[in-house]
Design a protein around this ligand. Structure first.
Ligand SMILES: Cc1cc2nc3c(=O)[nH]c(=O)nc-3n(C[C@H](O)[C@H](O)[C@H](O)COP(=O)(O)OP(=O)(O)OC[C@H]3O[C@@H](n4cnc5c(N)ncnc54)[C@H](O)[C@@H]3O)c2cc1C
Length: 378
């Protein structure tokens, strides 16, 4: 377990108590039942922003607290425990990272303070097909007049329904699959020619498929150098992947603890079922897998804060391992709760659905195993 400084301990404790008091799983259930299109509770998001969470990685000059990625991970882990649906990851982590890594002072000055105070939700619009493949950019950005014209589509844009700013990867040269020729653009979601089709993921959170039809942006919408957006995009995605892995860790730990509690009270054949060795072995496997996953997730977050060259491999290791472990623990939660785990009245299904959606976010286990192997030169 990571050694935390005083600031980080206080942040984690504050997050823990807010989440437990204000955002238990019953709040998620209420949001789900209400069918709200955003896929999160706007009032709860305001409270998160008021506590400064949306500005945790943002420099102080731009309205944030600059506490870093491990600190952000601690908050996301606590939110994961109760499945708190929030644009924190997409906006305060992913989009903010893109601006910090690739933006000039004018772009940072315009957008980061609004992201930090929660008044603007921003998100990355990266993928175009059924699977995460950030280099397969076909959406075209052609130079026109003093700016660019965008044509194409994006799929599964996380928090798309609530987003006011889209950070869009586009192709200014080359062909889908080339890393060279990718450029990033800051596109207001209400720009002429942007059409959102809002969808609900299996976990009831909001995503959008978005089409761009002759969307005109000025030259200052370009984030970083033209055709050289890949390095910023990849580094941004790695930060987002580490963040989602932290949230998955919290959810998986909670799913495990809830299941363990049940094994200690459910009586069958005159004994608590936790007394059966077959179930004890399964619980022990989950416990050790969760400890390994925690080490991988914390190592990835700490490497980002330290500016380590190992970030890509550590992030892929963490996302792949965490995906496998959350998959296992959420399955076991349903199974070990017997028939009740299958019903909607019990929370187990929520954890299983969150696992499946989070596994796919910013690259599945197979995507990250493959990437890890390539980095290692297999
Ligand atoms: C949506 C739904 C549909 C259903 N459809 C059907 C149906 O079509 N037909 C039907 O007959 N029933 C059906 N059921 C009922 C369902 O099969 C039972 O609820 C199921 O058998 C689970 O029983 P339980 O809740 O008593 O779980 P428990 O018996 O309490 O089991 C809890 C967990 O402990 C494990 N366990 C229990 N005892 C032991 C032991 N001695 N050693 C090791 N592990 C143990 C179990 O495998 C499970 O993982 C349905 C239930 C639901 C919710």
């Amino acid at each position: 377990m990571a050694v935390l400084n005083e600031e980080q301990s206080m942040l984690r404790d504050a997050a823990k108590s807010w989440v437990q008091e204000k955002s238990p799983v019953t709040a998620f259930r209420k949001m789900r039942d209400s069918g709200v299109e955003l896929g999160y509770d706007a009032a709860a998001w305001n409270e998160q922003a008021e506590m400064g969470w949306a500005g945790v990685i943002i420099p102080e000059d731009f309205g944030g607290s600059n506490f870093g990625y491990l600190s952000m991970g601690l908050i996301l882990e606590e939110m994961g425990r109760t499945l708190t649906a929030s644009p924190l990851l997409a906006s305060g982590l992913a989009a903010a990272s893109a601006l910090i890594l690739g933006g000039d002072d004018a772009q940072k000055g315009e957008y980061l303070p609004k992201i930090a105070d929660g008044s603007l939700v921003a998100t990355l619009a990266v993928d175009e097909g059924a699977h995460h493949a950030p280099e397969k950019v076909a959406l075209e950005a052609k130079k026109s007049g003093a700016g660019y014209t965008l044509n194409g589509k994006k799929t599964f844009v996380l928090e798309g329904p609530g987003a006011g700013l889209l950070i869009v990867s586009a192709r200014t040269s080359g062909k889908p699959g080339d890393k060279d020729g990718i450029s990033l653009f800051l596109v207001p979601a209400d720009a002429k020619g942007v059409t959102k089709q809002n969808l609900k993921q299996a976990d009831s959170r909001g995503v959008s498929n978005i089409s761009f039809d002759n969307v005109e942006v000025s030259a200052d919408a370009l984030l970083g150098a033209e055709g050289k957006g890949w390095d910023v995009l990849e580094a941004t995605l790695d930060r987002a992947r580490a963040g989602v892995a932290a949230e998955m860790l919290g959810a998986a730990v909670q799913a495990f603890e809830t299941t363990l509690d049940y094994l200690k009270v459910r009586v069958q054949f005159g004994q608590v079922i936790g007394s059966f060795q077959a179930l004890q072995h399964r619980a022990a496997k989950m416990f050790t897998d969760l400890e390994l996953a925690r080490s991988a997730v914390e190592a990835a977050l700490a490497a980002i804060d330290a500016g380590s060259p190992d970030v890509p491999e550590l992030v892929s290791l963490a996302k792949a391992k965490m995906g496998d472990v959350f998959h296992l623990v959420s399955n076991e939660m349903v199974q070990m709760h017997g028939g009740i785990g299958m019903t909607d009245a019990h929370d187990a299904g929520f954890y299983l659905k969150r696992a499946r959606a989070a596994e796919a976010a910013y690259g599945s286990q197979s995507y990250h195993r493959d990437r890890y192997a390539r980095i290692q030169g297999y």
